[in-house]
Design a protein around this ligand. Structure first.
Ligand SMILES: NC(=O)c1ccc[n+]([C@@H]2O[C@H](COP(=O)([O-])OP(=O)(O)OC[C@H]3O[C@@H](n4cnc5c(N)ncnc54)[C@H](OP(=O)(O)O)[C@@H]3O)[C@@H](O)[C@H]2O)c1
Length: 205
C-alpha cells in the first residue's frame, strides 16, 4: 500500500512513516516545504516532497499536520487528494489544572470531511509518537472510525501495521468526537502518573 503522510515531518508523522516503512509499506512524507519533506524522508529511507505533491499519489493519505493547521491544510489540498483521508488530529486546550477537549460541537475529522471530496476516516489518536518510535510496535490497540466502509478498511489495515494489539473499528465518523477527546484523557493520565500510556480493550476476541 502507498501511504502519503501530509505533515510527515512532525513527531507523529515521522513515527508513522518509520513504523509503516518497517512493515514494508511504501511511504511518502510531505511538508509545506518540499526540501524539508525530502530531507526528512531521506532520513527515514522513504520518498518525500511538498504536501501537494505527495497527497495525490497514494492509496490513503494521513493528515498528520499540527492540529491547528488541519482544517486549512485540508482546504488547500481539496483538489489534490483523490484517495481516502485519515485524520489523526485532536484539538486540546492546555491549562495548569489539566488538558481538555475544545468546546467545538463536532470533531476535527467531521469538519475536515466537509472540506474535501474524498471519504474521511479518523483514528490513531491514542497512539503516542514516543511509543510508536520504539524498537517494536507498541503493545496497544489502535482505533479507527468512519462512515465509508472501504475507506475504513484501508485505515484499519494501516492501523494494524502500527501496533502489536488490534486495529479496532469504533463505528461511524461521529465516534471521532470521543476518540479525539480520549487524547485529553491520555495526556492527563500521563501527567498525573508520569507515564506514557497506551490503550488496550479487553473482551475482544
Ligand atoms: N504527537 C503525538 O504523539 C500524536 C499522537 C496522536 C495523534 N497526533 C496528531 O498528529 C498530528 C501531528 O502531531 P505532531 O505532534 O507530529 O505535530 P507537530 O510536530 O507539531 O506538527 C507536525 C507537522 O505539521 C506541520 N505544520 C505545523 N504547523 C502547521 C500549519 N499551521 N499548517 C500546516 N502544517 C503545519 C509541520 O510540518 P512542515 O513545517 O514540514 O510543513 C510539522 O512538522 C496532530 O494533529 C496531533 O493531534 C499526535
Amino acid at each position: 500500500m502507498r501511504v502519503a503522510i501530509v505533515g510527515g515531518t512532525g513527531s507523529f508523522g515521522r513515527a508513522l512513516a518509520a513504523r509503516l516503512h518497517a512493515a514494508g509499506e511504501e511511504v511518502l512524507v510531505g511538508s509545506r516545504d518540499a526540501e524539508r519533506g525530502r530531507e526528512v524522508a531521506a532520513e527515514l529511507g522513504v520518498e518525500g516532497g511538498a504536501n501537494e505533491d505527495i497527497a495525490g499519489a497514494a492509496d490513503i493519505v494521513i493528515l498528520a499536520v499540527k492540529a491547528e493547521g488541519a482544517l486549512e491544510t485540508a482546504r488547500q489540498l481539496r483538489g489534490t487528494i483523490r484517495s481516502p483521508l485519515l485524520c489523526v488530529a485532536s484539538e486540546l486546550l492546555f491549562s495548569p489544572d489539566g488538558v481538555r477537549p475544545t468546546p467545538e460541537p463536532s470533531s476535527i475529522a467531521e469538519r475536515v470531511s466537509g472540506l474535501v471530496d474524498v471519504p474521511v476516516v479518523a483514528g490513531l489518536h491514542s497512539l503516542a509518537a514516543r511509543n510508536l518510535a520504539g524498537d517494536e510496535p507498541p503493545d496497544e490497540d489502535a482505533f479507527v472510525c468512519g462512515d465509508d466502509s472501504a475507506a475504513k478498511e484501508l485505515a484499519l489495515e494501516v492501523a494494524g501495521k502500527l501496533v502489536n494489539g488490534r486495529s479496532v473499528d469504533t463505528g461511524p465518523l461521529a465516534s471521532a468526537r470521543a476518540l479525539e477527546g480520549l487524547t485529553a484523557v491520555i495526556v492527563n493520565v500521563n501527567r498525573r502518573y508520569k507515564a506514557h500510556v497506551g490503550v488496550r480493550l479487553t473482551g475482544l476476541r
